[in-house]
Design a protein around this ligand. Structure first.
Ligand SMILES: Nc1ncnc2c1ncn2[C@@H]1O[C@H](COP(=O)(O)OP(=O)(O)OP(=O)(O)O)[C@@H](O)[C@H]1O
Ligand SMILES: [Mg+2]
Length: 271
């Protein structure tokens, strides 16, 4: 049983295309289906919303934009998906938003959901601020290259300035090549812990083409890593179902760094 209170998790980056929405959808599916949580995903990428598109929800009648402009009640803009979680998608027509409003507008929803996940905009303006302000815990997605890392560092600094510090880094699209930045290099530069390392896998593109969360598409290394991350986020245990990993785990004296970080993070979630 989880002992964590209902929480809002924000997934941010200051670079587009790093995998924020993919991560939000994957975590949503895992939390709903494996951990039986009541989950709501909200598109807080106001100028270029794409959460609905990832899931085949196009042109919804009411959206987060309506909610932000008091044109709809939050419940009116929530849609049930076939994957066990609910979503509040965005509208393709963008009107300027007040970044301080989302936190207040979704307050009543915290009673209805175990977990709310915000899919942030990568734009370094009031849009990303919205997610920073409205989240209880904040995670930044980066890829292991110096160009993306430089934007990740800006996110870390901004979060510090706004007193909404980053709780963990998710490294995505990892090819396991020697030219990529290592976990340690990323942690040293950013000054925060890496909680998940997601490999680059072709099945992400296939699942996107089918409007299906990657974690429901097939059991791969990324699927297991997302499940472990989700477990840590809610202070629960997760056991890798793959026989080979369990066997390796029995003999390994050197657990991977992100495993250790997750154990520490999980404990902070329970306190
Ligand atoms: N680990 C991965 N391996 C391979 N492809 C991936 C991986 N993660 C994400 N992708 C692909 O990268 C593309 C961009 O992902 P996504 O839309 O989640 O990025 P984003 O950060 O939300 O972008 P934006 O800032 O534009 O909203 C998608 O085609 C997605 O399927
Ligand atoms: Mg996105």
């Amino acid at each position: 049983m989880s002992q964590t209170a209902n929480q809002v998790f924000g997934i941010i980056s200051i670079k587009g295309g790093v995998g924020k929405t993919t991560t939000v959808v994957a975590l949503g599916a895992v939390l709903a289906q494996e951990f039986n949580k009541k989950v709501l995903l909200i598109d807080a990428n106001f100028s270029a919303p794409n959460l609905g598109l990832h899931l085949g929800c196009v042109n919804p009648e009411y959206t987060v934009h309506h909610v932000m402009h008091n044109k709809a009640k939050p419940q009116q803009a929530i849609y049930e998906t076939e994957f066990g979680f609910h979503i509040m998608p965005g509208a393709l027509i963008y009107k300027k938003i007040n970044p301080y409003k989302l936190k207040n507008r979704i307050e009543s929803l915290k009673k209805l959901y175990d977990i709310i996940i915000l899919d942030s905009s990568p734009t370094l303006n009031e849009e990303i601020l919205t997610t920073m302000i409205a989240s209880d815990k904040l995670f930044v997605v980066t890829t292991p290259d110096h160009v993306t890392l430089s934007t990740t560092l800006r996110a870390v600094v901004l979060a510090k300035q706004k007193k909404t510090e980053i709780d963990g880094i998710i490294i995505n699209k990892v090819h396991k090549k020697s030219f990529e930045l290592t976990l340690e290099e990323i942690e040293d530069a950013a000054g925060c812990k890496v909680l998940a390392v997601i490999p680059h896998e072709l099945h992400f593109l296939e699942s996107l083409s089918m409007n299906t969360p990657s974690t429901l598409h097939s059991l791969t290394e990324s699927t297991v890593e997302y499940s472990k991350l989700a477990a840590a986020m809610i202070g629960e245990e997760y056991e890798d179902p793959r026989f080979k990993s369990r066997l390796l785990g029995l003999f390994s004296k050197d657990p991977r760094k992100q495993e250790m970080n997750r154990i520490i993070f999980k404990d902070t979630q329970l306190n």
